[in-house]
Design a protein around this ligand. Structure first.
Ligand code: PLP
Length: 371
């Protein structure tokens, strides 16, 4: 068997004709940057998330950067986030000359540990960025309680969590802004880079729309130094079509996750492998199905030899990255993140997988531990 970590060709095949026709329309129209196709998609995303405003931009990384800019984050400010995330979360903070201040994660959910938030806050704290890692929301009620009491804005890094829920709300309206990525490997993936910011705050939405076009509301009048970060029409039409299938794909991922959970248990593997935990009230969309495994690196190469693609998200926490040496952290500063980095392994979870694929993956893992 050959089971890649992600198989976008399998997702594309049934949509091929529909997507190519839409792309052809854009080619005929020759309108490529922002414009009516992008507006229509922004409206669709806003409706899907339950957000009053949705602002397209060039990437998830830019969605984070623009959110921080809109909140006035600048040199000397501090922004609190987690070290166990994709680099973009911390990078956006640093790009503005602000300092990423880390809090560790919860062992079971891999998400922001709200019990550590209070002591990380200083008079310089300008924003908090919880990450909804792997498709499950961080504990936003607890984070918002602390943030709201101090009037510190909260930016959701929902790049891996489109369609995820907490209580009766979707990721993207659980903080002041929600940041989404349409990088091809995300649950809603485009044919290149793309991103979106959602918010219910009209003033923030106006500022974001201005910042993404070089700080201009009226052409050639610049009221702030913004950036060039726009969504294009080709991405918008592709994503707009894919959006119709997003819930169905999420259900497929959830079904596969439940099957993995059951298979790992049946195989008696729960001593060697721990399966993902979903917190009460969360709707997990499994952008990744991430286990913790003993002898993780050996397991990974064994799986590779047997045709199973896996990935380590993420092998080095932010506080131990070379570019953050200046922050003065060391090994042991954020032990839960460091332990996660040594143990995690993400398995194929996309909707198109069949039960026989999942069985093969778990059987192969069982075989590895029996040797
Ligand atoms: C993908 C991702 C981003 C960045 O998105 P891009 O569109 O690749 O710039 C940011 N944060 C997290 C957690 C991500 O997974």
């Amino acid at each position: 068997m050959n089971i890649p970590l992600l198989d976008l060709k399998a997702q594309f095949q049934p949509l091929r004709a529909e997507i190519l026709a839409a792309m052809q329309t854009v080619c005929d129209e020759q309108g490529f940057v922002l414009g009516p196709r992008v507006i229509a998609f922004e409206e669709a995303i806003g409706k899907y998330i339950g957000a009053r405003y949705a602002i397209g931009c060039a990437s998830g990384s830019d969605a984070l950067l623009l959110s921080l800019m809109a909140m006035g984050v600048e040199q000397g400010d501090e922004v609190i986030t987690v070290p166990f995330t994709f680099f973009a979360t911390a990078g956006a903070i640093s790009r503005l000359g602000a300092k990423p201040v880390f809090v560790d994660i919860q062992r079971d959910s891999f998400n922001f540990d709200p019990t550590q938030l209070e002591r990380a806050i200083t008079s310089h704290t300008k924003a908090i960025i919880p990450v909804h890692l792997f498709g499950q929301c961080a504990d936003m009620a607890a984070i918002n309680r602390i943030a709201n009491a101090r009037k510190i804005p909260v930016i959701e890094d929902a790049c891996q969590a489109i369609g995820a829920g907490q209580g009766n709300k979707r990721a993207g309206v659980l903080g002041d802004t929600g940041c989404f990525s349409f990088f091809p490997s995300k649950n809603l993936g485009g044919f290149g880079d793309g991103g979106m910011i959602t918010t219910n705050d009209q003033a923030l939405a106006d500022t974001l729309s201005m910042l993404r076009v070089h700080g201009s509301r009226v052409r050639y009048l610049h009221e702030a130094v913004g950036i060039n970060s726009r969504l294009d029409a080709l991405q918008a039409v592709v994503l707009h079509i894919k959006l119709k299938y997003l819930n169905q794909w999420a259900e497929g991922r959830r079904r596969n996750a439940a099957t993995y959970d059951r298979l790992f248990k049946q195989a008696g593997l729960l001593e060697r492998v721990s399966v993902p935990t979903t917190h009460a009230g969360n709707f997990h969309v499994y952008n990744q199905y991430t286990i913790r495994a003993s002898r993780r690196d050996d397991l990974r190469s064994y799986l590779k030899d047997k045709g199973v693609g896996t990935e380590i998200y993420y092998p080095i926490p932010m506080h131990l990255q070379n570019c953050y040496k200046n922050l003065g952290h060391k090994k042991g500063s954020f032990p839960i993140s460091e332990q996660a980095a040594e143990q995690v392994l993400s398995l194929p979870i996309y909707a198109e997988l069949s039960d026989s694929h999942l069985t093969y993956v778990v059987d192969t893992i069982a075989e590895f531990y029996r040797r």
